[in-house]
Design a protein around this ligand. Structure first.
Ligand SMILES: *Cc1c(COP(=O)(O)O)cnc(C)c1O
Length: 370
């Protein structure tokens, strides 16, 4: 059994992927090829509507997407950006990379997402933005966060690297905030076959700046008007993601929700299953539980050849690279508890009922015996 069965997901779109990739070899435009724009149009339409698509810029990774979003908003030295310490390092790393200061706010234990009440406590005159992360595949509390952002004149950057395909009150992950980012790292809900990402916004001027920053700060060749980088998504990667997207949209989103619901129904009386906030759907980038003892559960699963993983064992305020941040010395009790207790179970849209039952049985046995 695999933690994520990427081969089965591939098999569902193998023919269209082969054809799309072959087309790139035929035209040979490996950078800025038509596949890049086709992917951007498809994703922008998915997050918006056919008559009002979001602007989408395909980029080299989810990390690059965050850096480009921050640069495009003009965030840099002297600015503070509030984010969660319970996330993948990219979220805080990119804040520091553009010269701004990451400021951590603790999470809600129920959803593992940033707690808006904690955000409000750490706002200062230097705060410019908030980067909520839709951790494990469920959107953060945007209604509350947007009210705070509006009150204090802050910008919201949604880190939707784990939530692509999820929704909140009918609004899709990747459409919250003034700008949103996602990742197509192979293990993400919509995974590519290498690194890739995207930046989304409804603001046409901001979209133009994002596109410029992604491509060395130019609108026209060799006329560089903002400080940019090479943040582009290449044509082959765009072709693959674009070819995989219809099956993701039409089949995998529903299957993921069914697999997640089946886990929760079977496990809810025995362990702490994911809490879905009212109005949210969950895309389960990870299916994460808090058992009585994750190490013994991990061992019990392993004894039956069932893989598991821990995201995240060491939260960002404890990472050496952030030791000098003033906020690193603060207490984040919910983050600490989560990082000590969480474990993620095998999850993908084609997880069979038999395999899932074996996992469920092992978890229940462990929880009853512990
Ligand atoms: C994966 C991830 C990223 C970074 O994406 P890459 O494509 O790996 O650079 C950023 N934020 C979160 C929350 C992630 O899970």
């Amino acid at each position: 059994m695999q933690f994520i069965d990427i081969k089965t997901i591939h098999a569902r779109s193998a023919d269209t992927i082969d054809a799309a990739v072959a087309k790139v070899f035929e035209h040979g435009r490996y950078i800025n090829g038509p596949e890049v724009y086709a992917l951007e149009a498809a994703l922008g339409e998915f997050l918006g509507t056919p008559d009002k698509p979001l602007h989408c810029v395909a980029v080299a990774s989810g990390t690059m997407a965050l850096e480009i979003a921050l640069r495009a908003l003009g965030i840099g030295p002297g600015d503070e950006v509030i984010t969660t310490p319970f996330t993948w390092i990219s979220t805080a790393e990119t804040i520091a990379l553009v010269g701004a200061t990451p400021v951590f706010a603790d999470i809600e234990l129920e959803t593992y997402n940033i707690d808006s009440k904690e955000v409000e406590k750490v706002i200062t005159a230097r705060t410019k933005a908030i980067i909520p992360v839709d951790l494990f595949g469920q959107m953060a509390d945007y209604p509350a966060l947007e009210a705070i952002a509006q009150k204090h004149g802050l910008k919201i950057i949604e880190d939707a690297a784990q939530s692509f395909g999820a929704e909140q009150n009918g609004r899709k992950a990747g459409s919250a905030g003034i700008v949103a980012t996602t990742s197509f790292f192979p293990a993400k809900p919509l995974g590519g076959y290498g690194d890739g990402g995207a930046v989304f916004t409804a603001d046409p001027e901001l979209a133009e700046t994002i596109r410029a920053v992604t491509n060395h700060g130019c609108k026209e060749r060799e006329s560089h008007y903002v400080l940019g980088t090479n943040g582009r998504c290449d044509s082959l990667q765009a072709a693959i993601i674009h070819a995989k997207f219809p099956n993701f949209r039409d089949e995998e989103i529903t299957l993921r929700q069914q697999v997640g619901a089946r886990y929760s129904e079977a496990l809810k009386d025995y362990t702490t299953v994911p809490t879905i906030h009212p109005g949210n759907t969950h895309i389960y980038a990870q299916y994460t539980i808090r058992p009585k003892n994750r190490d013994s559960l991990g061992a019990a699963l392993k004894a039956k050849d069932i893989p598991s993983a821990v995201y995240y064992r060491k939260p960002l305020h404890q990472q050496a690279v952030f030791a000098d941040l003033p906020c690193a010395k603060k207490d984040f009790p919910n983050t600490d508890k989560a990082s000590q207790e969480v474990i993620s179970l095998p999850f993908h849209p084609y997880l069979t009922a038999d395999d899932q039952d074996r996992i469920i049985e092992t978890v229940i046995e462990h929880e009853m015996a512990t």
